[in-house]
Write a protein that binds this ligand. Structure first.
Ligand SMILES: NC(=O)c1ccc[n+]([C@@H]2O[C@H](COP(=O)([O-])OP(=O)(O)OC[C@H]3O[C@@H](n4cnc5c(N)ncnc54)[C@H](OP(=O)(O)O)[C@@H]3O)[C@@H](O)[C@H]2O)c1
Length: 264
């Protein structure tokens, strides 16, 4: 369990902590992995694209900690079990889990095929993958009796419907992630595990890079902070939520969207 703050110079640090970041090879996940590494944490990256993960690990090496990548498709529970066992084999103990892996979509429900393949692809990644990761790592955190911090990467789309974006499986998954975060803060609290979520708005990454310029301009004009967010800024908030500074913070969903939701 995190001790209360002893001095401000260490309040926001993660020195010697071991973290798992799913999807830590790219986009927001790499921003989070970088922020963690710069704050003194060791990082295990779980993802499918191992070539990108190896590049990410190489880039992190400059920060002087232990960084490794593990192949894991979060839609496959057996895969998660195997990957988490491998991480524990190498790192011994995990203090922080960031459930960041996610996919988006752009199709309305009635335009999907009769098996609702797109619905299941997104929900299995963005919601069920995160739940399975929490189960596997949460059990080990509980048994280790050293507490822990879990940070779920949600979205401001979990609070609203983005007009014209046809993201119903995505928004629904993220709304469920927000409430799953509340439920887990209660269930895991007795084991000294804090659970919070970050709800980013539009942030530079692969998910947002192919957005038409007109749509991008419209979004920026609706934001109070007139620019997209950066992955490292999501990383900074994740560091705070995992750090001693947030020892009393659990069950929260922190909106990080440049004020976009205020007027939408
Ligand atoms: N960018 C934004 O504007 C924005 C806004 C709100 C919320 N978010 C959230 O931020 C998170 C990261 O998104 P991003 O914007 O950084 O997108 P991104 O650049 O496309 O990265 C997505 C990450 O998720 C991983 N991933 C996807 N499916 C996976 C699977 N089945 N198993 C394991 N890993 C998987 C990818 O790794 P591999 O492909 O290598 O497996 C990749 O690392 C997502 O949860 C997203 O919903 C993003």
């Amino acid at each position: 369990m995190l001790e209360p703050i002893k001095n401000m110079s260490e309040a926001f640090g993660l020195k010697g902590k071991n973290a798992i970041v799913t999807g830590g090879n790219k986009g927001l996940g790499f921003g989070i992995a970088t922020a963690f590494a710069q704050s003194g944490a060791n990082v295990a990256i779980l993802c499918r694209d191992i070539a990108a993960a190896k590049d990410a690990v190489q880039e992190l090496a400059q920060y002087g900690g232990k960084y490794e990548s593990f192949s894991c498709d979060v839609t496959n529970p057996a895969n998660i079990r195997g990957a988490v066992a491998e991480v524990y084999g190498s790192f011994g103990q995990i203090d922080i889990l960031v459930n960041n892996s996610g996919v988006s979509c752009g199709i309305e429900l009635l335009d999907m095929d009769e098996n609702l393949s797109e619905w299941y692809r997104v929900v299995n990644t963005d919601l069920n993958g995160l739940v399975h990761m929490t189960y596997e790592v949460g059990k080990r955190m509980r048994d280790a009796k050293k507490g822990g911090a879990i940070v779920n990467i949600s979205s401001n789309a979990g609070f609203m419907v983005n007009r014209g974006m046809a993201m119903c499986p995505y928004s629904t998954s993220k709304a469920a992630v927000n409430h799953f975060t509340h439920c887990m803060a209660v269930e895991l609290g007795k084991h000294g595990i804090r659970v919070n979520a970050i709800a980013p708005g539009f942030t530079h990454s692969n998910l947002s890079k192919n957005m038409p310029q007109e749509m991008r301009d419209g979004i920026i004009s609706a934001m109070s902070v007139k620019r997209f967010g950066e992955a490292i800024e999501i990383g900074a908030l994740a560091v705070y939520l995992a750090s001693p500074a947030a020892a009393q913070v659990t069950g929260t969903v922190q909106v990080h969207d440049g004020g976009y939701m205020l007027t939408c």
